[in-house]
Design a protein around this ligand. Sequence first.
Ligand code: FES
Ligand code: FES
Length: 161
Amino acid sequence: MADTTIPERIPINLVVNGERRTLEIVPWTTLLDALRDRLELSGTKKGCDHGQCGACTVLVDGRRVNSCLTLAVMKDGAEITTIEGLARDGTLHPLQQAFIDHDAFQCGYCTPGQICSAAGLLAEGHARDADEIRELMSGNLCRCGAYPNIVAAIEQAMSRS
Ligand code: FES
Ligand code: FES
């Protein structure tokens, strides 16, 4: 007879937007579901849930990752930054301000992932011009076609960082 025992939940610790959070999860919980469903941080979006759209991008220990492809248990102890954690003391992150300045969103669904990914891109320091921004942001899809404004916003933030 098949073993139908439900696996035990596993305790993990995450430092999310500077705050230590402890949660117990079944082992297959993705980081995306842990953030959205368990920690109620719904800014990070679920688009494809298959690693193809970038809507779920967050920063893990400063590097951008697709949280839908990442098991939360693999990130026990990690520092996670979501879109909710980018503003500081009531001041928008320069990328958030630049997205507003350049009208770089339409429906806004991809925007949190775009901004988190752009924050990772700036930290990586590899992009030097618009073409390289486009290439290094190619994992983030926008169905509305706001790309020119997104690139302009990232260029602005890059020039000021
Ligand atoms: S929801 Fe993760 S890449 Fe699309
Ligand atoms: S702003 Fe609508 S999908 Fe990007």
